[in-house]
Design a binder for this molecule. Sequence first.
Ligand SMILES: Cc1cc2nc3c(=O)[nH]c(=O)nc-3n(C[C@H](O)[C@H](O)[C@H](O)COP(=O)(O)OP(=O)(O)OC[C@H]3O[C@@H](n4cnc5c(N)ncnc54)[C@H](O)[C@@H]3O)c2cc1C
Length: 284
Amino acid sequence: MITRQHGAEHRFTGRFLIDSSGYGGTLVKLLGLHDAPAGNGRMALFAQVRETEEHRARYFEPMQISFEVVARDLWFWSIPFSDGRTSIGFVGDNSHFAEAMASGSNAMAMNRMLEKQKAFDDRYAKVEFVHGPQCIREYTHYNQALTGERYVLTGNCAGFLDPVFSSGVAFATESGLRAAKLLDRQLRGEAIDWKSEYEDHIRSGAEVFRTYVDTWYDGDLQDIFFAEEVEQSHKERIVEVLAGYLWDSTNPYVSKHGKAVRALAQTIRLRDAERRAKAATGLH
Ligand SMILES: Cc1cc2nc3c(=O)[nH]c(=O)nc-3n(C[C@H](O)[C@H](O)[C@H](O)COP(=O)(O)OP(=O)(O)OC[C@H]3O[C@@H](n4cnc5c(N)ncnc54)[C@H](O)[C@@H]3O)c2cc1C
């Protein structure tokens, strides 16, 4: 390894490398570990903008972290920071961006996309971009191998699912902590099976989260989120998953994630259709 800081260079050799370089993907690039993206046709266009306090004061609850579902498969986030910068971004199916991206620059494309959102009114219509806008296409991927001879990949180096529901930080913290604890045991002389103790663990969590990402974009999860009535116990279990408790096998929304989310969405749709039919005929 070579580290460079303030003109000084340090070379050293370690017994093991935990690569946590995020989007930098140091080992991923050096060893060619990147696998093909999932090819789900989604992209993100995002930026940081500068806002004055006076400007923010014109809008309702301006410091609230918030998002808008612009279409079933397109959403917009707004994350204000205390120093006057605000992170904004659109994520969704490529088709929603095609026209805007044809405008020639990311800045023009972002301004065109901003015309699609309604919840924030004209708040971002004339703001200064201080970072980006930047565009990432086909961002969903998970590397074929998360561990190898004397190295392990954590966080975004291992893979990235989707910005919806903040899985990025959840996986970065879980994988980083687990890698560090396993390595500590290994350096104390224990034999560690990195494939089963690390890789399979991270991958199983990613599989669970992927169900929630996919059902968000195909609408099942939105039918649950925006239903007039959902039993409290279901809500709590789903929130637990999205809060990062992806390995709690006592939660059916973890252990049977694929079936459970779709079954609940279907039940809600049938119940609501029945209610609408009854209301139309005047029956109760
Ligand atoms: C605009 C945007 C908004 C996001 N919002 C959210 C959100 O609200 N919630 C959420 O959960 N996730 C969010 N994410 C995703 C989240 O930021 C990442 O998933 C998460 O930060 C990954 O953590 P990490 O530790 O793997 O990598 P990083 O946080 O990227 O950290 C990697 C670090 O390694 C350093 N580094 C890289 N290469 C080298 C090198 N060669 N030598 C030394 N250091 C190096 C980098 O400078 C960086 O400090 C967002 C991402 C973006 C782009």
